[in-house]
Design a protein around this ligand. Structure first.
Ligand SMILES: [Zn+2]
Length: 236
């Protein structure tokens, strides 16, 4: 028994169904890959942030050491000042103490500012860690979902594949080769419905002779786009 127009319609529907299932099969791993890339990016961001915070702390520690040195120096100057005997010595020490006190005050402000920045950076680290954790959990959940969705999709693909082979086995021998080539180049769009005497793929008008042949169940290929044509029920 050879295939009629309803067989071709069914064949086309099977191809479209198969394409849908394959798209779903590809979508999961693609989403998972994107999520894992986000995870890597966030991990790198956090690491960079931690390294920066460490540098900020080292710099603040260095300034603190400078401050301690300055404080010791000031104490010594103060001691000398207290023990000064001449007016000239007194004046020199006084101006040194004033200058060093000013410098120390600037240093203290600087350190305070640095410590404030360290605090902000620490808070930011907490935020980045929380975001990373969320992304990690999402990626784990997605991996589970994708893995769980795959077997039923594979089963569905296998059953469509079987139905496709069944339907294809009814194609007459003289068009099988052409049909295979069409499937190879156009996939699910190897077949095209005819509506209102036009191919629904390229909108090329079907000649009246072709229209008669299609109606009589003959295998006709679109003269514009080459698709295997079948009449659409609703247009009949
Ligand atoms: Zn066409």
């Amino acid at each position: 028994m050879t295939m009629g127009s309803s067989g071709l319609r069914k064949l086309h529907q099977l191809h479209l169904k198969m394409r849908g299932v394959q798209e779903k099969l590809e979508r999961g791993p693609r989403q998972l890959k994107a999520r894992r890339q986000t995870l890597e990016k966030r991990t790198a961001e956090l690491e960079a942030h931690i390294a920066q915070l460490k540098q900020m702390r080292v710099a603040a520690d260095q300034r603190n050491l400078q401050l301690k040195t300055a404080e010791t120096k000031l104490k010594n100057l103060q001691k000398k000042f207290d023990e000064a005997t001449s007016g000239k010595e007194y004046d020199i020490l006084r101006s040194q103490i004033d200058a060093d006190t000013m410098a120390k005050s600037v240093l203290e402000d600087e350190i305070l500012e640095m410590l404030e920045k360290v605090d902000v950076a620490k808070a930011m680290q907490g935020k980045l860690e929380a975001e990373l954790e969320t992304t990690r959990k999402e990626a784990e959940q997605l991996a589970k979902d994708v893995a769980a969705a795959e077997p039923p999709l594979r089963d569905e693909a296998a059953s469509i594949e079987a139905a496709l082979r069944d339907a294809e086995s009814e194609l007459p021998g003289n068009i099988v080769e052409l049909y295979r080539r069409l499937v190879q180049s156009h996939g699910a769009e190897a077949l095209s419905a005819v509506e209102s005497n036009a191919c629904t793929t390229c909108y090329g008008v079907i000649s009246s002779q072709d229209a008669v042949n299609i109606k009589n169940g003959k295998f006709v290929f679109c003269r514009s786009c080459g698709r295997l044509l079948y009449p659409n029920d609703s247009a009949d």
